[in-house]
Design a binder for this molecule. Structure first.
Ligand code: ADP
Length: 191
């Protein structure tokens, strides 16, 4: 990708329902842009696997398809965004997931003298999400848990579409396409 695209310190949020493919695309785009991809779900799963006190707190919540509390997530994210590797930008995947989390993020960035550049919404029909999720092998991918996570997404996370659209930060992409066809849509936004 062009040098000028690398030079910009992009601060990006990926927004979309479980199974929309944002994690896959985040790992591609982070290489293009030379910024860290921060996936809160991965961070929490690592904490569970390592048996840390954070892991113990979130294990049951995640297994049920619920959201970890906003205060706990604020600590996790503030700590992560305080690390040196985010000075040149970052791509957040899985945070914020509630309006309160979006406000927290705004506060953290304002204190750092930064702001978000762009929020990308991945649009995928619900039936596609369910069938994709059933094809995966993760502990929280049972059908009842998947449906619960989709319900939580609609209730708690979807309001962020309006939140970011009002702030003129929102771009949408069509996530109901192959991995190879989604990536160019993103590259057009950040190229
Ligand atoms: P997916 O990409 O399939 O939506 P993630 O890997 O991002 O799932 O997250 C898995 C689980 O981790 C969530 O269902 C939730 O329990 C927890 N989690 C991750 N990020 C957050 C967050 N920002 N707020 C609350 N809970 C979160």
């Amino acid at each position: 990708m062009a040098a000028e695209a690398r030079a910009k310190a992009w601060r990006i949020v990926f927004l979309g329902p479980p199974g929309c493919g944002k994690g896959t695309q985040a790992s591609i785009l982070k290489e293009d842009l030379g910024i860290p991809a921060i996936a809160t779900g991965d961070m929490l799963r690592e904490a569970v696997a390592a048996g840390t006190s954070l892991g113990d707190k979130v294990k049951g919540i995640m297994a049920a398809g619920d959201l970890v509390g906003d205060d706990l997530m604020a600590e996790v994210v503030e700590d992560r965004l305080g690390r040196d590797d985010t000075a040149g930008g970052f791509l957040l995947d899985g945070y914020p997931r509630t309006v309160s989390q979006a406000e927290t993020l705004e506060g953290i960035l304002t204190r750092q003298g930064q702001a978000l550049d762009r929020v990308v919404l991945f649009r995928v029909p619900e039936a596609v999400l369910v069938s994709r999720a059933l094809g995966r092998k993760r502990a929280d991918d049972r059908e009842d848990v998947i449906r619960e996570r989709l319900r939580v997404y609609r209730e708690k996370t979807e309001p962020l579409v309006e939140y970011y659209s009002k702030r003129s930060l929102l771009d949408e992409i069509d996530g109901d396409r192959s991995i190879e066809d989604v990536t160019p849509q993103l590259r057009r936004l950040f190229g």
